[in-house]
Design a protein around this ligand. Sequence first.
Ligand code: GRF
Length: 203
Amino acid sequence: MKKRVAILISGRGSNMMALVEAAAAPGFPAEVALVLSNRPDAAGLDWAASRGIRVATVDHRAYGKDREAFERAMQAVLEENAVDIVCLAGFMRVLTPWFVGQWAGRMLNIHPALLPSYRGLHTHERALDDGVKVHGCTVHFVVPEMDAGPIILQAAVPVEDADDAATLAARVLKEEHRIYPQALALLAAGRLRIAGNRVLAKA
Ligand code: GRF
C-alpha cells in the first residue's frame, strides 16, 4: 500500500510540483493525497487542482494568535484525508510542539541551506555575505526547534564568482527538486531509521 502524503505549502509550490511529479511514477512508494495551504492565494493550489489532486486551505488569519487552533483545524483535514506523511514545502508558519508531536518521524521539511548552517530566512544572501564556496539544501525530519531535526539527505552546490542571491537560489532549487522526492521515497518505503541525530538508510 502506498503511503498517503499531504504537502503543505504557502506559495509557488515548486517543491510540491517536484514531489507530485515524482509520485506519478508507478513504483513510487507514496501518493499525494492532499495539498494543503495556509494561504488561499497560494499559486501552487491551482496547479495541484489542475492535476486532479485534492486541495484544501486552512487560512491561519481566521485563528488570530491562536496557533494551536489553526493547527487543530489542519490536523482535522489531515485526518479526514487519512494522511500518513506530511511534507512541508515552503510552508511559512511556525509549528507548535503539539502539532510536531502528532507527526513525529512522519513529517519532513526542505531547507535551502546545508544545515546546521543558515537556519531561518534569506539563506542565499547570508551565504554570499559570508563568502562560502559551497552551499546547498537539506531534507530533514521536523522537530519542535525550527530548521533542526535529523538530516535525511543533503545536496551541495558550488558558489560561483558571478552569483547573486537569485542565481544561487536557482542552482540550489534544482537540487531541492531532486533530493526531496528521494527523501520522501526512502521514508515511505520504510527505509529510514533515526538513531539520535543521525538518520540511517536501510538497503
Ligand atoms: C524553497 O527554497 C524551500 O527550500 C524553502 O522555501 C522555498 C519554497 O519554494 N523552504 P517552493 O514554494 O517549493 O517553490
